[in-house]
Design a protein around this ligand. Structure first.
Ligand code: GLC
Length: 747
């Protein structure tokens, strides 16, 4: 019977698929089994000293990324097999030579693992991560990481100390530039994209890097926004806000983790066994954990270890497998094992993870597999990568204000004044953690504009003042060229080293006398477009009140000048949206969108409300905010039903229309509010988004789906679950403007 044949076919197909899966699982198990035997075979050959050597990472002397005493004879350690990994050694020549020394001079010739901070590009520098996250374009973010991995592996690097996935709500903290902003949902998605980009599908490929989720954990919650400072929070806040990106990185298969410098609730991360339990037992992470730069040794100044022995014991018990630039493990672990304070089995567990990673990277098959000078010369800074960097830079730009549609400018503009300390600047646009990026390869804003405009356009340039100095002598010339111009680009902001590690600022104002320069130029009465170049949100209340156009260009990397010119003259319609709130003034910090309502929400003028006498409660620019040269309307928000049970999915539809005259991209955001819970809930939480392209007059229905998993939170008993009740669903262009509907969740 036809039906029987059909039935038999399906059975056969199921058997085939399950057999294939079973074979795939068997194959994976076989591969894992073989890998473990390989690890066993090397481990069995190793002395205790050699094992401990593998757990030590030292920095090269060509570049320091932390405090270092200059006298440590690290080359002796390499030759004696007391180093398992080096950082800050880059380039085929250098890595090959160190590998050669290791293979020829150490007893077992276990290859070195080369790590480096490839945070937003290796040679071709992409926008700083905070900027790139404003693209909300996960494919683009993944591709940037992919290119960084291509270049980094071509330069002999095996392992990047990225992605940095720290949530940050305090822009005084300089390392806010390294992450993806204030939201855990978006931060988690960006973490996944970067892990995919760096690691690809197979770590043994010569163009994939082992990634490293850092800094575990809550490093961005430093009190006062002061780097390395204390963090203290409820377990609920830790798990709701700061851990999700780390959990996502684990689920995405990140190869390694890095512990952070900060103490968390009284216990420094490098000695924090709760963090290790969550990582290993709850999330099932099997990879290697490296300390941050001497964060094991810093347990002593933290006041939780009296000496290096105690520090080593705490760090080992908290799951740190490798001691970065601390020389603690190398100095004391042998004695601790010989005195039976630390079992050698514990050492073996850490060494296994390190050897396993080296096998996965193919280093035992061919320790020189990443040392191909021809590949290095061909790949680094090639044209395709520069185009990708320009695309990423364009999509990272956020249009904050554009009164009277002053932008885009006409390429045939007759007289253009370009003023400010960051206009003719190739250095600071690369930002911090610039890898081996060089200013000589970058395109400044002035250069990008000159390449873009008509040959008859007269461009006058003046620095006006320096970024942080007090010298006003340049104002006169700046004012003079501004008076003669049809429009003025005023390029101000921060130097690269005002953000990044160890670069916290107590004020978010424009540094130096740049604010005075802005006022002087504004008073001339000509059309002024302020172009910001910065690594963190700035407090630009006055500028926002007075200037007609403001473009947030962050630190966009090698192709910054071309990308900004593309936007200024309309070759690209800006689509970026903020991933971190901008305060009016520094004193408003912390200000973030997913805040609690309090019992006296400060949204009205009543005295006894949670507000300031001298400043609005709302941010200057909210999370998710960004304008376009066109306009988009949101209408007809409708739900598939107004009541769902725990097993249902709610469908949310909204119509978006391009109501302006430019084609453009819009990042449609979906927020949810749980109106009542066993604990207080944020006034809204980002749950989904879509980046869509619409031509003028084109409209599109966007469909979101909400299932109860998205409504779970840590309840009064710290159980993660959704609670029945009333919810608002909001969709709009940012976290402060939206259409809203209500639904009920029942059991
Ligand atoms: C630094 C940073 C860390 C970096 C490491 C190696 O101190 O905290 O992010 O990966 O040292 O450079």
């Amino acid at each position: 019977m036809k039906g029987d044949k059909h039935f038999i076919f399906i059975i056969a197909l199921i058997a085939l698929i399950s057999g294939a899966c079973r074979n795939k699982n068997i194959q994976q198990n076989q591969e894992d089994y073989i890998l473990e035997r390989k690890v066993d075979s090397v481990l069995a050959l190793m002395t205790l000293e050699e094992k401990i050597g593998q757990m030590s990472q030292l920095s090269g002397r060509w570049e320091f990324t932390g405090p270092v005493s200059d006298d440590h004879p690290y080359m002796d350690d390499v030759k004696n097999g007391r180093v398992g990994s080096m950082l800050n050694i880059t380039g085929v020549k250098q890595t090959r030579e160190l590998q050669r020394i290791t293979l020829s001079e150490t007893r077992l010739g276990i290859p070195l693992l080369f790590g480096y901070d490839i945070i937003h590009g290796y040679k071709t520098i992409f926008p700083v991560p905070l900027a790139e996250a404003c693209s909300w374009d996960l494919d683009l973010i993944e591709n940037s990481a992919r290119i960084a991995a291509e270049e980094g592996t071509a330069a002999g690097i095996h392992w990047t100390f990225a992605p940095m996935v720290d949530i940050a709500r305090d822009p005084r903290w300089g390392r806010i530039m390294e992450g993806a902003g204030e939201d855990p949902y978006l931060g988690a998605l960006v973490a996944r994209a970067r892990v995919r980009g760096y690691q690809g599908d197979d770590l043994s490929n010569i163009n994939t890097l082992a990634a490293c989720a850092k800094h575990y954990a809550a490093y961005g919650a430093a009190e006062g926004g002061r780097d390395y400072n204390t963090t203290d929070m409820s377990e609920r806040t830790l798990r709701e806000i700061y851990l999700p990106p780390f959990k996502s990185a684990t689920e995405e298969g990140v190869a390694t983790f890095m512990k952070s410098f900060n103490e968390l609730n009284g216990i420094p991360a490098s000695a924090n066994r709760m963090l290790d339990y969550i990582l290993r037992e709850e999330w099932g992470f099997k990879g290697m954990v490296v300390s941050d730069w001497n964060s094991v040794g810093e347990l002593i100044p933290h006041g939780i270890a009296r000496n290096k022995k105690e520090a080593a014991i705490l760090a080992m018990r908290a799951g740190i497998d490798m001691d970065m630039q601390g020389n603690v493990y190398n100095e004391v672990l042998q004695e601790l094992v010989e005195n039976k304070i630390i079992p050698e089995k514990k050492i073996d567990e850490s060494v296994r993870k390190i050897l396993r990673l080296k096998f996965q990277l193919g280093l035992f098959d061919d320790p020189y597999r990443y040392c191909n000078e021809k590949r290095e010369q061909e790949l680094l800074l090639n044209h395709e990568y520069r185009l990708a960097a320009r695309k990423a830079a364009r999509e990272s730009i956020v249009l904050l204000k554009n009164e009277g549609h002053l932008l885009p400018l006409d390429k045939n503009i007759r007289r253009l004044a370009i003023i400010g300390p960051l206009a003719d600047n190739r250095y600071d646009i690369l930002g911090e953690w610039r890898g081996r990026g060089e200013a000589k390869d970058a395109v400044s804003l002035l250069e990008g504009i000159k390449l873009k405009v008509d040959a008859r356009t007269k461009i006058a340039y003046s620095e006006g003042c320096s970024i942080s100095g007090e010298d006003r002598s340049g104002f006169k010339q700046a004012i003079s060229i501004a008076r003669k111009a049809d429009a003025i680009l005023l390029v101000v902001g921060e130097s690269a080293n005002m953000a990044g590690e160890g670069h916290s600022r107590s004020s978010l104002d424009l540094p130096g006398i740049q604010h005075e320069l802005v006022k002087e130029i504004y008073n001339i009465g000509k059309p002024v477009i302020m172009i910001l170049m910065n690594g963190r949100p700035l407090a630009i209340h006055w500028e926002n009140e007075h200037l007609p156009a403001i473009l947030e260009t962050w630190q966009l990397g090698t192709e910054a000048g071309n990308a900004i010119a593309d936007v200024i003259f309309g070759d690209y319609n800006p689509s970026g949206k903020l991933v971190v709130s901008f305060p009016h003034v520094t004193g408003q910090i912390p200000v973030y969108y997913n805040h609690k309502n309090t019992g006296r929400p400060g949204t009205n003028d009543y005295r006894f409300n949670s507000k300031y006498l001298d400043n609005p409660v709302e941010p200057l620019y909210p999370f998710g905010y960004g304008l376009s040269y066109t306009s988009f309307s949101y209408s007809n928000l409708r739900l598939s039903t107004d009541t769902i049970s725990m097993k249902d999915t709610l469908e949310v539809r909204v119509t978006i229309k391009n109501t302006g005259k430019y084609s453009g991209e819009e990042i449609v955001q979906l927020y949810v509010r749980d109106l009542f819970g066993s604990v207080t809930r944020p006034v809204k939480e980002l749950k989904d988004f879509r980046k869509i392209h619409l031509d003028p007059d084109e409209e599109q229905d966007i469909i979101f789906r909400i299932h109860t998993d998205m409504l779970k939170f840590y309840d009064i008993h710290m159980h993660r679950k959704a609670e029945p009740g009333h919810f608002h669903v909001m969709t709009g262009p940012n976290s402060a403007e939206y259409l809203q509907q209500e639904f009920i969740l029942i059991h």
